[in-house]
Design a protein around this ligand. Structure first.
Ligand SMILES: [Zn+2]
Length: 112
C-alpha cells in the first residue's frame, strides 16, 4: 500500500532509516517517508535540504565511525599485556581519542 510518487509514478518511498538525525526529521515535518527516485530526491532536497541519498551517506558515515571505535578498542586491548612508557602513552592516547569520539556520537544534536 501507500502513495504513488508523483515523479516516478511508483511507490518508491521508504521510511526514515534507523539513526536518522533529528534535524532531518524536523526538516521533513509531518512526513514519515522519503522518495528514493532521482527526481523525487531532487524535489525533497530542494524543499527540506535533505534527501534519501544524503541519509545513506550520513548513516554510512556513522557506521564507519562506530567501526573505527571498535578497532580502537581492539588496539587498546592488544596493548594491555605490555608495559613500558611508550606503550602506555600510545594506549592512553587511543583511549583519549575513543572518548572524544564517544562524546561526539552521544551528542544527539549532531547524529540523532
Ligand atoms: Zn519516485
Amino acid at each position: 500500500m501507500g502513495p504513488y510518487c508523483e515523479f516516478c509514478h511508483t511507490r518508491c518511498f521508504v521510511h526514515f532509516p534507523k539513526n536518522t538525525p533529528q534535524r532531518v526529521l524536523e526538516a521533513y515535518g509531518a512526513a514519515t517517508i522519503m522518495a528514493t527516485c532521482k527526481k523525487g530526491q531532487e524535489y525533497e532536497k530542494e524543499k527540506t535540504g535533505y534527501c534519501y541519498g544524503d541519509m545513506r551517506d550520513i548513516i554510512t558515515h556513522i557506521y564507519e565511525i562506530k567501526e573505527t571505535i571498535e578497532s580502537i578498542d581492539y588496539d587498546v586491548d592488544s596493548l594491555k599485556d605490555f608495559s613500558n612508557e611508550d606503550v602506555d602513552s600510545i594506549r592512553n592516547r587511543l583511549i583519549d581519542i575513543k572518548n572524544k569520539i564517544d562524546v561526539i556520537l552521544a551528542d544527539k544534536k549532531y547524529y540523532y
